[in-house]
Write a protein that binds this ligand. Structure first.
Ligand SMILES: [Zn+2]
Length: 310
């Protein structure tokens, strides 16, 4: 069967394949398997000390011309070069929307609610929770992709929850207004607890002022049994452009200079202390570390570190 010109590798392959060849030829043909479409898991759960933390993917969508959102003050050449260096296209990106649930063992706390009630309740069900189990809803800030799921045509989404948000943020929007705030948050204001920097949501969950993206945008430090994780919300909105270039201006940052200073402060602390964080718009499951690199930070996605938490 072999010829003198056959390589050793192809000879081995021919020998290995030969016993199966007759069966392949005589087996009846099956219909080709159906194309299923691209998928992603919708929730990711891990332990943090005595807490369970679940990130919930309530939506994901592509964005054209991302420099118009993430690099307003960068040159097209700089933007293209940084994108290429990180193996992502410069003309298209993918955005993720990731609320987080923290089960402290005594209370179930939801951070942000996505764009609409149907999305958050669907992913909650997939993750094993019902809306009436939510004890506390925390709003990091009042942009529509964070408050949209708190209420809808059917009323409030989480009937047993109390609500917590930053006082600076709430005060701003109570004056300035926006469609989502006026329709969905303002009616709940009487039931809302307002926090300032350092305020406590529940034991082990502490507010951190992270102003700039919005006037009173808050991050939250989780701490249980000596383990820490920061829910950074929209402190950085892209894992490459906003972390490697903290000073690149982001269209949705309402005070661009303050947002950049906040990125340097928050991620500088996370890099120094090697504390992981969840970013609401980071690629799902949205969990990673940062290390100081050049003039900014490099995002290091978690691999199995959280699985080792037991
Ligand atoms: Zn957002």
């Amino acid at each position: 069967m072999t010829t003198p010109r056959l390589t050793r590798r192809s000879a081995l392959f021919a020998a290995a394949a030969a016993p199966f060849a007759p069966a392949l030829l005589t087996r009846p043909a099956h219909a080709a398997a159906e194309m299923m479409g691209a998928t992603m898991p919708s929730f990711n759960r891990f332990k943090l000390g005595g807490f369970e933390v679940t990130t919930l993917l309530v939506g994901s969508r592509p964005l054209e011309n991302p420099q118009e959102t993430f690099g307003l003050n960068a040159s097209p050449e700089e933007f293209a070069a940084l994108s290429e260096a990180n193996f992502i296209p410069a003309d298209m990106s993918q955005n993720f929307f990731t609320p987080t649930i923290v089960n402290t063992g005594s209370e179930l706390v939801l951070f942000d609610t996505g764009l609409a009630p149907e999305a958050i309740t669907g992913v909650l069900a997939a993750a094993g929770y019902t809306p009436d189990q939510i004890d506390v809803v925390v709003l990091t800030h009042m942009h529509g992709d964070h408050i949209g799921g708190i209420a809808g045509d059917a009323g409030v989404t989480f009937p047993n929850a109390r609500y917590v948000t930053g006082s600076v943020e709430h005060n701003h929007w109570a004056g300035a207004g926006n469609e989502g705030f006026d329709a969905k948050v303002a009616p709940l204001s009487d039931q809302m607890t307002m926090l300032d920097d350092g305020g406590s949501v529940v034991s082990g969950v502490t507010a951190m002022a992270a102003f700039g993206h919005s006037p009173g945008h808050m991050a939250y430090m989780l701490e249980s049994e000596g383990q820490q994780l920061v829910l950074a919300a929209d402190t950085a909105n892209h894992y490459v452009w906003s972390l490697q270039k903290p000073d690149w201006e982001v269209r949705f940052d309402m005070d661009k200079a303050t947002a950049a200073a906040t990125r340097r402060a928050v991620f500088g602390m996370l890099a120094a202390d090697r504390v992981p964080f969840v970013g609401y718009h980071m690629p799902f499951p949205g969990v990673g570390y940062v290390e100081a690199m050049g003039d900014g930070f490099r995002f290091v996605p978690v691999s199995y570190q959280m699985m080792l938490n037991g």
